[in-house]
Design a protein around this ligand. Sequence first.
Ligand code: ADP
Ligand code: RBF
Ligand code: MG
Length: 182
Amino acid sequence: MTDNTESSIQSDSHNHSKNQLPPLPSSAQPLDCVYRLKGKVVGGFKRGSKQLGFPTANLDPAAFRSTLVNVPRGVYIGWAQIEGGPVYPTVLSLGLNPHFQTKEETVEAYILHEFEHDFYDQSMQLLIFAFIRPSYAFTSLQELIDWIQNDVEITKRVTQEPQWQCLRDDTLFSHAAISSTS
Ligand code: ADP
Ligand code: RBF
Ligand code: MG
């Protein structure tokens, strides 16, 4: 499990003062290659739900270190499955959180579904297929929240498109369902 990939990790996070921020995005760019990840849901700083109102299921770092080496960091759209259950739309943050000056990279999924309980320690499969934007440091928490809300709206729209619906049937998800019932 040694890897010397740290130096080649792409850093696409930017520090912008308010008037340097680009306009809010209104669309996403499809990826040439989709990314499939699976691992356990681990704990983080507990900021997602409490401070932002967007809980994010954090993926065990062991599950993405080697896969995402050359993937630009930022905000992405995908599909998520917990413990072999239904496949839901998700919006993800990959890499550092420049607004909070974090030092460790994370893969965090805000899943567009209302869950009754937390699901720490359960298995999560993620299939990532479109890029929305790099991550930024904002001038206020409210601005970060507004940008995340915009990402969520884009995600709701894009995941309705027929070209992405078929990825819900990806073998990543059917394998998980089989193993979770055996
Ligand atoms: P942490 O910093 O530990 O990741 P968060 O405040 O980001 O804490 O909350 C994430 C946790 O909330 C997830 O691990 C999961 O158990 C739970 N959760 C509940 N609903 C959702 C959802 N719709 N999307 C993501 N996580 C959710
Ligand atoms: N963190 C940032 O520092 N800058 C961002 O631009 C940013 N965008 C995000 C977009 C989405 C859709 C999500 C779900 C998270 C984003 N985050 C961003 C991560 C956020 O700071 C993190 O989820 C919380 O701090 C909880 O760990
Ligand atoms: Mg989280």
